[in-house]
Design a binder for this molecule. Structure first.
Ligand SMILES: [Zn+2]
Length: 69
């Protein structure tokens, strides 16, 4: 299985959309828990890393400079 690579500032695509209808989230804090901010309504949520990795589909834009279109 491929390990998901993500970092601070990355914009990721989630499997489940936010109640506002957007499924793009920006990672704004890394740690035991991950804080992500909805790019649609700017609401932020704190979720455990394991849950985040499970719900995250892919990295759309990497803050490290590498872009995946
Ligand atoms: Zn939202």
């Amino acid at each position: 299985m491929e390990r998901k690579v993500f970092g601070l500032g990355d914009v990721v695509l989630m499997k489940k959309p936010h109640p506002c209808g957007t499924n793009e989230m920006e990672i704004i804090r890394m740690g035991m828990d991950i804080r992500i901010k909805c790019t649609g309504c700017h609401h932020s949520v704190l979720i455990p890393r394991a849950k985040f990795e499970k719900n995250m589909k892919k990295v759309l834009r990497s803050a490290a400079g590498e872009t995946k279109e």
